[in-house]
Write a protein that binds this ligand. Structure first.
Ligand SMILES: [Ca+2]
Length: 280
């Protein structure tokens, strides 16, 4: 465990050190967000420490915010509606042979992918009533949407845009950073939980405490954000209990993050957010 944690820390540090010098020079590809955002802690809430969070996104209106959470592990996988104070409001368990992964809502439906089972479960967004199962090829890790397409990661540097009608792939990008020393495009693999934020894709990088901001047109990483200081004491050094939950409250312009079996969910705001009320 300790060795794994050390390796994860080294991998995080290596990525961060390699790309840090470039951050301020990046452009965000048409996003309203600045090229480099600064996050400020704004709150902390309970999160079910038995929930192996694999997918998280916001539901409800600004005043009545709740979360949809996809939980993983065989025998414990589920699609849930969860309150801001960590209570499970509704829960649909997956059959034992499915390992829940990323989830997203589009066209009044919730889509929940699975790790190795090549199955996407579809639910009614309001009632969580199961509607159908769609199939795809390969591994399923993270899922989000841009209002028209579903966007999926598979544990590599690839992100695939898919049709909500049949889950078939439409196009894909490869995520990379331009190495400041060599000028080469270094692939950024192990992309996991995803969130669409203001025209960008934000992605956890598995086994690190990093979230990458990605330009969806090119796959280029705009900025790497390090969440090391948010890892709960009880999860430190455990390679399973890693950062893996990103949800964006569009109306309130709030970011929420949690992890696999983390007892806490954090609220953060973008300090230099040009669209936040009161911002200059
Ligand atoms: Ca998400």
């Amino acid at each position: 465990m300790r060795r794994a944690a050390r390796l994860a820390a080294l991998w995080t540090a290596a990525l961060f050190a390699l790309f840090a010098p470039q951050l301020s020079a990046e452009q965000s590809g048409g996003s309203p967000l600045p090229a480099r955002v600064t996050l400020t802690p704004a709150g902390r809430y309970p999160h079910d420490a038995d929930s192996f969070c694999q997918g998280l996104f916001c539901g409800g209106a600004d005043g009545a915010l709740f979360f949809y959470e996809s939980a993983g592990r065989y025998g414990r996988s589920a699609m849930k509606r969860v309150s801001l104070d960590g209570k499970t409001l509704e829960k649909k368990k997956l059959p034992r042979k499915f390992f829940g992964e990323g989830a997203a809502a589009l066209d009044g439906k919730i889509f929940q992918i699975t790790w190795l089972e090549e199955t996407c479960f579809v639910y009614d967004e309001k009632t969580l009533r199961p509607l159908e199962r769609l199939s795809y090829k390969g591994e399923g890790w993270g899922l989000t949407e841009n209002g028209a397409e579903l966007i999926m990661s598979d544990g590599t540097d690839r992100i695939t845009f898919r049709s909500p009608a049949d889950f078939k792939p439409i196009r894909e990008i490869r995520v990379f950073r331009t190495n400041p020393k060599t000028g080469r495009r270094d692939p950024i693999p192990r992309l996991n939980e995803l969130e669409w934020i203001d025209g960008e894709i934000w992605a956890n990088i598995f086994e690190t405490t990093l979230i990458a901001r990605i330009d969806p047109a090119t796959g280029e990483v705009i900025q790497l954000l390090d969440f090391a200081r948010y890892v709960p004491e009880t999860c430190k050094g455990d390679p399973e209990k890693v950062l893996n939950g990103i949800a964006w409250d569009r109306a309130g312009r709030r970011l929420f993050i949690t992890g696999k079996e983390w007892p806490v969910l954090y609220e953060l705001t973008i300090e230099n957010d040009p669209l936040k009320k009161g911002a200059e």
